[in-house]
Design a binder for this molecule. Structure first.
Ligand code: ADP
Ligand code: AMP
Length: 223
């Protein structure tokens, strides 16, 4: 697959596996992952003005206000041709702003991949997740453990459990998803861009399903 001009949105609840699959896709096809959660956490860690404004929303499991996210993504996407959006858009207002920006840039989306996953699996995945705070790569204590407990296989540094992966904040984040992000499935259904993936399958099978779906779609666009 040619990576030029591949622009994907990975849509789905927290814990559905978007980041895991975005990293696999990035490695195989050199299409860079843009994770709004990772960008925000870097801003919080550095104490930037954006990080200072975002922190209390993130700690509580709420969404950061649309105006801050839209401004952040406008500057992020401006000079780029290919990417996987992981965690954006998360509200209808963000999706409308993305449409307007991409129309302005003449950069239509290639596909929107919806990760279908049930609630029980989401909770088990989030509460057992371990993250490399530097790279954003994630592991799971049971489903995808690192070779050495507490250490990233590739980067070698420590992996940690995010504070917002605690049971209480996870409940808030899933309620926020139901209210604000789930309506995006209907939003994209009408565009012909939506590809639904069974995210309950094991990691490698989900990867294969996404690769096949995107390959078919980029071929269909070329022919
Ligand atoms: P998201 O980016 O959608 O919030 P992640 O990619 O971080 O989700 O995955 C959440 C957790 O679930 C991580 O601990 C990851 O290792 C694990 N995970 C991801 N995909 C699967 C899968 N298909 N089966 C089991 N566990 C998975
Ligand atoms: P994530 O790493 O995708 O689970 O995101 C972690 C947190 O960052 C979320 O719970 C939100 O508080 C915030 N966040 C990430 N992406 C967005 C977005 N597109 N809109 C609003 N808030 C976001």
């Amino acid at each position: 697959m040619s990576q030029a001009g591949v622009r994907l949105v990975f849509l789905g609840a927290p814990g559905a596996g978007k980041g895991t699959q975005a990293k696999a896709f990035q490695e195989k096809f050199s299409v860079p992952q843009i994770s709004t959660g990772d960008i925000l956490r870097t801003n919080v860690a550095k104490g930037t003005p954006l990080g200072l404004k975002a922190k209390s929303f993130m700690d509580a499991g709420d969404l950061v206000p649309d105006d801050l996210i839209i401004a952040m993504m406008e500057s992020e996407l401006g000079g780029r041709d290919s990417y996987i959006l992981d965690g954006f858009p998360r509200t209808v207002a963000q999706a409308e702003a993305l449409d307007a920006l991409l129309t302005r840039l003449g950069h239509p989306l290639t596909a929107v991949v919806q990760f279908d996953c049930d609630r029980e699996a989401l909770i088990a995945r989030l509460t057992g997740r371990w993250t490399n705070p530097r790279t954003g790569r994630t592991y799971h204590s049971e489903f995808n453990p690192p070779r050495v407990a507490g250490i990233d296989d590739d980067a070698g540094g420590p992996i940690v459990q995010r504070k917002d992966d605690s049971r209480e904040v996870v409940a808030e984040r899933l309620a926020t998803y139901d209210e604000k992000t789930a309506p995006l499935v209907a939003y994209y259904e009408g565009t012909g861009l939506l590809v639904r993936i069974d995210a309950l399958k094991p990691i490698d099978e989900v990867t294969a399903e996404i690769f096949a779906a995107i390959e078919a779609r980029t071929k269909a666009v070329r022919t």
